[in-house]
Structure formats: structure tokens, C-alpha cells
Design a protein around this ligand. Structure first.
Ligand SMILES: Cc1cc2nc3c(=O)[nH]c(=O)nc-3n(C[C@H](O)[C@H](O)[C@H](O)COP(=O)(O)O)c2cc1C
Length: 464
């Protein structure tokens, strides 16, 4: 039997099922500063619960795995006029507070939200995630970030941020304290819940856990009883050397971005190789990349849409987001100078993308041009549903990723086009589920019966 051929003329590979999420944030602009003003964009409704509920229900109709919410503390403390005029990640609301409402409006869709060890404390953070895991019936993931924002530190009354690698050490310690609470405080049979005997829980099976480290001190019994997943599904998105080790050890979902197929493939292999060094199997980590898909009935229609979105982009606001993430004001540098020996203590993923992972030396102007048009986007594909599915399949097969996190242009219309037009094509090709089967997020990613952490995960060592 000959293999089927797809639209771009390539031979098809063995079909792999993929996972799909959306990558979003509780604010007006994401990834294309200025786009909130586009007539088709309803992101200005970010303050309305109904806006998020409609989006969640749309994604559930499309059988998506999860909604992923990025988040960070911080406020515009430089170029303030530009920041507020263009709504550069400000104002913004807390995405975690949306989740119970979105869970009530859906049955299967899962939610990944961000909490940073830089700002949170293990005890209340674990309580919040356990509460969410209970309320959602195990549909919760935690994006652990080693945040580098300076204004967030100010807002918390700190003198500054810790150096990059130390923030990851801090995150290591945070994880250890969190696992003690999630996994090591309540035994599975601690809750009896017998009304006749008026006997709710057995105190001998609820352990007081302690942690004494460089960054955190804690003593207490976890306040929540065991939830479906106990530890939420751990996600991570930093791709510096230190970030990858952290991901390889702790993450069950990794969000990687790279400029080329080759660079992404190398990162995927690297994460899986590092995971093996931590005694974890290569399949214990699902790897996602960002996808900005613009769907049209014809390629021309999709291109026209993409051009209309790009027409709203603000270059100066885009460059400000680069500065906010890295501390580097590109416009203040010599545009013809090579972008090398760049130092930052903030997010290395955003500098290394133009140095280590770019394949050739870029000038400051190249970096500005590229960043102003892409910002933090992953792969951009504008085309028909078939063309988009072709490219998705190509990236999956060429890089070994497990799925995509869809990025917004216009909300919710862009995702509606994807659900209505691309999802059926992916299904027809056997690349995407036809119905939901598993109910917890961990089982959706790793299969039935895996609601709890894998035995090889470092958190499992803290089990009571
Ligand atoms: C795709 C992507 C998404 C991210 N989302 C967040 C976020 O929501 N909040 C945050 O504080 N940092 C976020 N970050 C920052 C990283 O998680 C990480 O903490 C930071 O980049 C520093 O680590 P690195 O040097 O390893 O990149 C994100 C980074 C990437 C690449």
C-alpha cells in the first residue's frame, strides 16, 4: 500500500496524535502589541467572565487539551506613556481566578496557570492548586516560572531580582517544599468521611511536613485533602541551560520555541536526553511549541487576514516588551552592531533565540526587525486548513514535539476558525482525538490510570 501524500507533496510519515492547547494571558494584547484595536478582536472584553467562558466552551467544542495562562506580576515603570497608551501587558488581571468559573462551564477542558517561586510561598500556593484540582476534578496544571521581571520585584518590596541561575535554585527549593505538601502530608486513606461514626479524617495519617532551606521555611500539614492529581501537572517554559535542566527534572509539559525546525529538534532531543539523566523516560515529558495559525478558505484570504493583523502592530510597543523581558533596550544600541555577548539576568530564552539558536550572527537591526514582527510568537502559518495541517504535521514529525500551544491574533475569532476548519482536518488525518476520553489532565497527556505523578518523577519520592 502506498503512503498517502499531502498538500505540499511530501510523503506522509506515520501519523502521530497531537495535543493542543491555547497560550493566553488575561489582558488586551499578547504577542502583537496594538492588535487589541483590530475591529475583529474582542480581547478588550478580557474583564468579562462571559468572554472567557465563551472561549473555553469553544475550545472544548474543538476537543482541546487545555487553556494555558501565562502570568507575571509587574507594572510599567519605564516608558509609561507608551505602555498604557498601547496596553503593553497592562492593565492585566489574575488568570487563576477565572479557572473555577471556566471549569463550571466545561466538562473536559483543562487549565494550566502560572505561579512563580520568585513571588509565591509554597504553603498558600499548594493550597490554591489543590483547591483548583479539587474544583476542576483534576483538570489543572501549574506553569512554574523563574520570573525575571524587575518591576514585579519592586511591587513586592524587594531590592531587585536574584541572578538568573539562583532563581532556578530557588525554584528547585520551592518544588521540594511543594511536593512535601502535595505528596507527603496526607496519606491516601487519611480521609474516612464516615457520617455514621462522625469520623472525617484520621489524624495519624496527616503528616506535618517541614522545610528549612535557603529561600523558604515551612512547617505545616497541607490544608487540602488529596485531590485527583495531588501535584498539578507541572509545566515549564524557560529554555536557558539551567531552565532546561529544571524542565528535564520536574516538568511534565515543556513549552519550547525555536526559530527553525533544526533548532527545535535539537532542543527537544536535549530535553529528552537530560530527562533520561534524571532517571525519567523520554515519553514522560510532553513538548509543545507555539503556533500562530491564520486560517482562510483560500491561501490569499489567510494572507490578507495576516496582513490586516500586522497592520495594527506597534513596533515601539513590541520593542518595549523585549526590553521588559530582557532589560535590553534594542533601540538604544548601534543597529549595525552584531548581537553577540549579550548579557541579561532576566529571561535568557529571549536573547539566546538570536544568539545560540539562530544559526548565524544577527545584527541589532535584524533582531529588532525579527522581534517587532514576531514578538514572542512561535511558528506562524497563514493558509487553508489543509495547508496548516500539513505544516503542523511537518513540524511534529521533523522535531519530535507532542503538540502545539495556539497563540492569539484576534479573539475569539481566530480560534473559532481553527476549531471549525483545522480540527476536522487533523481528525481526518488521525492526528487528533475524536472525543474526550480521560478526565484528568495528566491522564489526557499520559494515558488512563496516570492521574498521579509517575514513579520516576522526583515528586514521587516525597510520597507518604
Ligand atoms: C513560551 C514562554 C512562556 C513564558 N511564560 C511566562 C509567564 O507566564 N510568566 C513568567 O513570569 N515568565 C514566563 N516565561 C519565562 C520563563 O518561564 C523563564 O522563567 C524565564 O524565561 C527565565 O528562564 P530562561 O532564562 O530559562 O528563559 C515564559 C517563557 C517562555 C519562553
Amino acid at each position: 500500500m502506498s503512503e498517502p501524500e499531502y498538500g505540499d507533496g511530501r510523503k506522509a510519515y506515520a501519523v502521530r496524535k497531537i495535543h493542543l492547547g491555547i497560550f493566553d494571558i488575561n489582558t488586551l494584547n499578547q504577542m502583537t502589541q496594538g492588535l487589541w484595536a483590530h475591529p475583529d478582536n474582542e480581547s478588550y472584553r478580557y474583564k468579562e467572565l462571559s468572554f472567557w467562558i465563551e472561549l473555553a466552551q469553544l475550545l472544548e467544542r474543538g476537543l482541546f487539551d487545555f487553556m494555558f495562562f501565562a502570568d507575571s506580576y509587574g507594572y510599567p515603570n519605564q516608558k509609561r506613556e507608551l505602555s498604557y497608551r498601547e496596553a503593553v501587558y497592562a492593565p492585566s488581571n489574575d488568570p487563576m481566578l477565572l479557572i473555577p468559573a471556566l471549569a463550571a462551564a466545561t466538562k473536559h477542558l483543562a487549565f494550566v496557570t502560572t505561579a512563580s517561586p520568585v513571588y509565591e510561598l509554597p504553603y498558600p500556593n499548594a493550597r490554591r492548586f489543590s483547591t483548583l484540582d479539587h474544583l476542576t476534578g483534576g483538570r489543572i496544571g501549574w506553569n512554574v516560572v523563574a520570573t525575571g521581571g524587575i518591576s514585579g520585584a519592586e511591587a513586592f518590596g524587594r531590592d531587585g531580582i536574584l541572578p538568573h541561575d539562583e532563581r532556578y535554585e530557588q525554584a528547585e527549593e520551592f518544588m521540594e517544599a511543594s511536593y512535601k505538601l502535595f505528596e507527603g502530608s496526607w496519606a491516601d486513606d487519611a480521609v474516612v468521611g464516615d457520617k455514621q461514626r462522625r469520623y472525617y479524617a484520621d489524624s495519624s495519617k496527616v503528616r506535618i511536613v517541614e522545610h528549612e532551606g535557603r529561600h523558604y521555611r515551612m512547617k505545616g500539614a497541607h490544608s487540602s485533602e488529596p485531590s485527583v492529581q495531588r501535584t498539578p501537572v507541572i509545566f515549564q517554559a524557560g529554555s536557558s541551560e539551567r531552565g532546561r535542566d529544571f524542565a528535564a527534572k520536574h516538568a511534565e509539559g515543556v513549552f519550547l520555541k525555536a526559530p527553525t525546525v533544526e533548532a527545535l529538534r535539537a532542543q527537544v532531543l536535549d530535553i529528552r536526553r537530560r530527562a533520561a539523566a534524571f532517571g525519567r523516560g523520554p515519553e514522560e515529558i510532553k513538548i509543545f511549541t507555539g503556533l500562530s495559525a491564520v486560517v482562510g478558505r483560500t491561501k490569499e484570504e489567510a494572507q490578507r487576514k495576516l496582513e490586516s493583523y500586522r497592520a495594527y502592530a506597534s513596533r515601539e510597543a513590541a520593542l518595549l516588551t523585549y526590553e521588559n523581558s530582557t532589560g535590553i533596550d534594542l533601540a538604544a544600541l548601534d543597529p549595525d552592531a552584531p548581537f553577540v555577548n549579550v548579557k541579561t539576568e532576566q529571561g535568557l530564552s529571549h536573547t539566546e533565540r538570536y544568539t545560540k539558536h539562530s544559526g548565524s550572527v544577527q545584527t541589532v537591526r535584524d533582531v529588532m526587525d525579527n522581534f517587532a514582527s514576531k514578538e514572542f510568537r512561535g511558528i506562524t502559518i497563514a493558509g487553508t486548513a489543509d495547508e496548516i495541517a500539513d505544516r503542523m504535521q511537518y513540524w511534529v514529525e521533523e522535531t519530535g514535539i507532542d503538540g502545539f500551544n495556539l497563540e492569539r491574533y484576534v479573539l475569539p475569532g481566530g480560534h473559532r476558525d481553527f476549531v471549525d476548519q483545522v480540527v476536522p482536518v487533523l481528525q481526518k488525518r488521525g492526528m487528533f482525538r475524536e472525543r474526550y476520553e480521560e478526565s484528568s489532565l495528566r491522564e489526557r497527556l499520559f494515558g488512563k490510570g496516570t492521574a498521579r505523578l509517575a514513579d520516576s518523577h522526583p515528586g514521587a519520592a516525597y510520597r507518604i
